[in-house]
Design a protein around this ligand. Structure first.
Ligand code: NDP
Length: 434
């Protein structure tokens, strides 16, 4: 703790994983040898750098850039870039730590990393975003490579930003190294279904959990927080599966729409006009109620998919969901539920899909993008989505089987932590103390 003072989110993430490992260490005491746990908690490399850029008024701006290369035992570092004013080293470390186990869980050859900046893209012009991204990459490029470190997007870093980052990487290196970034546009090496992958993947994960209880999304009411990349495509897939999403949000407030969120209008509002969720409610008119008070988790629903940010769903929110009869919760965002909330979900016996498992569809499809880049191929949407669906069903089954094996049936959080840990631990032990 002293070594990572003040890194609250990092402590929270490490504690959550280590708490699950008692039973696996009892079975494999060799995992305690060669300081494996200490090495796992220490990033291989942390890069912190200055990002200077000039705004549209000619003012000089300085942001801080981060890349935490957490663990490369299974493959090149892989994980997104987050552009949000709340970003600091503790947040990036928690995300990189989580990413290591999530990537292991996919079964694909990717290590874990994460990065970003405290840059706030909100309200910035396109030219400002481009200048910022170019400056960010001007430092970061020397640490990247398709066999070294392959970033993707995250909060505040979507297809537009990845395009500017890739353009600058190409210019600096004089190499068309498509596999160095994922989440690229389709015209320059992107994969079909990558944009949709995290939201779709979380929905496949919930569907798999519901099947274990002999039920499905059909006719069920769902609440999805956020209205960004993950949320939008979770909503799309839930509607395709016959469910109805009745509420979503942004950091200012949430909208409840009893007739079901109008996906075309939501996409137009968020992706084309880049407006707030309040603008969706205004445009929708009758039936849509916007609120800046209270919690989205007070809206009664059968399925909840928190897809905005860390610690957005507290113990109080979890109680509200449980009291209102929720049957399944899956984390679309990274660590959106506080430890209290997770405890409550487990005590109440509801289906709970932890982030590492439920939102792994994004990074899994990024790995599929790397495969297509390496073989200079481009798969159809249906083919890529079929692979995504199969990966999500496999992740679900692995978590469930591991939970059974360790005497905690239905505890997907335990199953995910142990499955991810064992794969990374085996590789780290095989590679020696490095
Ligand atoms: P986006 O930037 O596309 O969307 C984020 C959404 O969450 C926005 O609606 C945003 O609202 C809201 N939000 C952000 N911060 C806060 C906050 N402090 N309080 C309330 N709402 C907030 O990001 P993504 O959809 O890509 O990512 C969402 C989550 O999913 C993150 O935790 C991310 O790490 C995780 N994730 C994303 C993956 C991906 O492929 N994109 C893969 C795996 C995980 P506002 O516009 O007001 O800021």
């Amino acid at each position: 703790l002293r070594r990572n003072a003040g890194e609250v989110e990092f402590h929270q993430a490490v504690e959550e994983v280590l708490e699950s490992l008692g039973c696996v260490i009892a079975k494999h005491p060799d995992y305690m040898s060669r300081a494996l746990i200490e090495r796992l908690c220490e990033p291989e490399r942390q890069i912190i750098f200055r990002v200077p850029w000039i705004d549209d008024k000619g003012r000089f701006r300085i942001n801080r850039g981060f890349r935490v290369q957490f663990n490369s035992a299974l493959g090149p570092y892989k994980g997104g870039l987050r552009f949000h004013p709340s970003v600091n080293v503790g947040i990036i470390k928690f995300l990189g730590f989580e990413q290591t186990f999530k990537n292991a869980l996919t079964g694909l050859p990717i290590g874990g990393g994460k990065g970003g900046s405290d840059f706030n893209p909100r309200g910035r012009s396109d030219a400002e975003i481009m200048r910022f991204c170019q400056s960010f990459m001007t430092e970061l490029y020397r640490h990247l490579g398709e066999y070294t470190d392959v970033p993707a997007g995250d909060i505040g870093c979507g297809a537009r930003e990845i395009g500017y980052l890739f353009g600058q990487y190409k210019r600096l290196t004089n190499r068309y190294e498509a596999g160095v970034l994922t989440g690229k546009g389709l015209t320059y090496g992107g994969s079909r279904a990558r944009t949709e992958a995290t939201g779709y993947g979380a929905t496949y994960f919930v569907d798999s959990m519901l099947r274990t209880k002999g039920t499905s999304f059909d006719g069920r009411r769902a609440v999805v927080s956020g209205s960004g990349n993950v949320a939008i495509y979770a909503i799309e897939k839930i509607h395709e599966f016959g469910g109805k999403v009745i509420a979503c949000s942004d950091s200012s407030g949430f909208v409840v729409d009893d007739n079901g969120i109008d996906l075309d209008l939501l996409k137009e509002t968020k992706l084309v006009r880049r407006e707030r969720i309040s603008a969706y409610a205004e445009a929708k008119g009758a039936g849509a109620v916007y609120s800046e008070k209270g919690s989205i988790w007070d809206v009664p629903c059968d399925v909840a998919i928190p897809s905005a940010t860390q610690n957005e769903l507290t113990g109080k929110d979890a109680k509200s969901l449980v009291d209102n009869g929720v049957i399944a919760v899956a984390e679309g965002a990274n660590m959106p539920s506080t430890p209290d909330a997770i405890r409550l979900f487990h005590e109440a016996g509801i289906l709970f899909g932890p982030a590492k498992a439920a939102n792994a569809g994004g990074v899994a499809t990024s790995a599929l993008e790397m495969q297509q880049n390496a073989s200079r191929d481009s798969w159809t949407f249906d083919e890529t989505e079929a692979r995504l669906a199969a990966i999500m069903r496999r992740i679900h089954d692995r978590c469930a089987e591991t939970a059974d094996e360790y005497g905690a049936p239905g505890n997907y959080a335990l199953g995910a932590n142990i499955t991810g840990f064992v794969r990374v631990a085996e590789a780290m032990q095989a590679l020696g103390v490095i």
